[in-house]
Ligand binder design. Structure first.
Ligand SMILES: Cc1ncc(COP(=O)(O)O)c(C=O)c1O
Length: 356
């Protein structure tokens, strides 16, 4: 069967499986090995593992490219940045995920890259790019949920000769496949929606071409930023249900965004219309918003996102988020799989504690 004809829902289930042979397991087994009998492509545990290959096959098929997995999303981001030459320029958003923003600023401070940031990435803001430029796009952004017009901006950046990376952690291939718009690289924190169960850290880069795939594999070998074998197994197990988890959580998120929009305790809702993440600003002060987070009983007050359980957090509790301009009262809500009425009852009660 031609895999290119299969839908993402099917690919998530069938890809990354052992060959269909009598007695073979249906799932790639966990192979805890630091070394292998010599003479095969994988000889040492830093070079590869059958479990990584299975996961890379599945993510690569969903993102239409060649996947290389890493120890975490930030390890994956670091691998990309490590490949830049010292005269490279990065054009990006002013407020991407704060960990990526810190990496970029740190490298700029060390004179390892030039950095140009914009409130929003548009065709005009990437017009000054050239062959030495990396355009770093996150869409939607964490936590402001700003959306970039991917076909337009990637197209303009590529015409200018730039390399384009898209952080697709929030959208996932269920919403957009950036390589289809011309992106060179797609980044994932597999810790989030791909894993989906708050039980692992893992990152991935999907390259559109073989040259970038090779560079990233070599970088992983050189730095040792490898995923754990258990983590890779769990991430693939999580990925199998990504399409159904995403669809259900998105349905619930749409309903919650609508209800939050007319709640007296909510000043503004940021929801891009798709996806499982909602950011909303409460009325009152940052302390009031913090009290709302402390008051939820079903929803979990915790950082991170993208899992079966609904979590929420006031992002401005972190200095780095305040510095990036995240509003004091902004609460980032990661919608999971609980029933919408139960989630709403919890939110409504907690928001009801806000001063009138
Ligand atoms: C959009 C985005 N990119 C990258 C990362 C970094 O991923 P990790 O925490 O797996 O290192 C995160 C983490 O929250 C994220 O939200």
């Amino acid at each position: 069967m031609d895999d290119k004809l299969l839908h993402p829902e099917t690919l998530a289930v069938v890809s990354g499986r052992p060959a269909r042979e009598p007695g073979a397991p249906l799932n790639e087994p966990i192979v805890p090995a630091s070394t292998f009998h010599s003479g095969a492509p994988i000889e040492y545990g830093r070079d590869g593992n059958p479990g990584w290959s299975a996961l890379e096959d599945a993510i690569g098929q969903l993102e239409h490219g060649r996947c290389v997995t890493f120890a975490s999303g930030l390890a994956a981001a670091t691998a990309i940045l490590d490949e830049l030459s010292p005269d490279a320029k990065v054009i990006g958003q002013r407020a991407p995920y704060y960990g990526v923003a810190s990496l970029l600023r740190e490298r700029e401070g060390q004179g390892r890259i030039g950095l140009e940031t914009h409130d929003a990435l548009t065709v005009d803001t990437v017009a000054g790019a050239d062959g030495g430029t990396l355009v770093w796009i996150e869409s939607p952004t964490n936590p402001m949920l700003d959306v970039v017009d991917l076909p337009a901006v990637i197209g303009a950046a590529r015409r200018a000769g730039a390399t384009v990376v898209v952080d697709n952690t929030f959208a996932t291939p269920m919403t957009q496949v950036p390589i289809d718009f011309g992106a060179d690289l797609v980044l994932h924190s597999g810790t989030k929606l791909i894993g989906g169960h708050s039980d692992l850290l893992l990152g991935a880069v999907v390259a559109a071409d073989e040259a970038w795939e090779h560079r990233l594999r070599q970088r992983r070998h050189n730095t040792g930023a490898t995923p754990g074998v258990l983590e890779a197994y769990l991430a693939l197990r999580g990925l199998r249900t990504l399409p159904v988890r995403f669809e259900r959580a998105q349905q619930t998120a749409r309903e919650l965004a609508k209800r939050l929009g007319s709640h007296r305790g909510v000043a503004r809702v940021r929801y891009p219309g798709t996806g499982t993440m909602i950011s909303f600003e409460t009325t009152g002060s940052g302390e009031d918003a913090e009290r709302v987070c402390a008051a939820v009983a079903l929803i979990i007050h915790a950082t991170s996102l993208g899992a079966v359980e609904t979590t929420m957090e006031r992002r401005a509790r972190y200095e780095s988020e305040r510095a990036a301009g995240t509003p004091e009262t902004l609460i980032r809500l990661s919608v999971g799989l609980e029933h919408v009425q139960d989630l709403w009852a919890d939110l409504d009660r907690a928001l009801g504690l806000l001063p009138a």
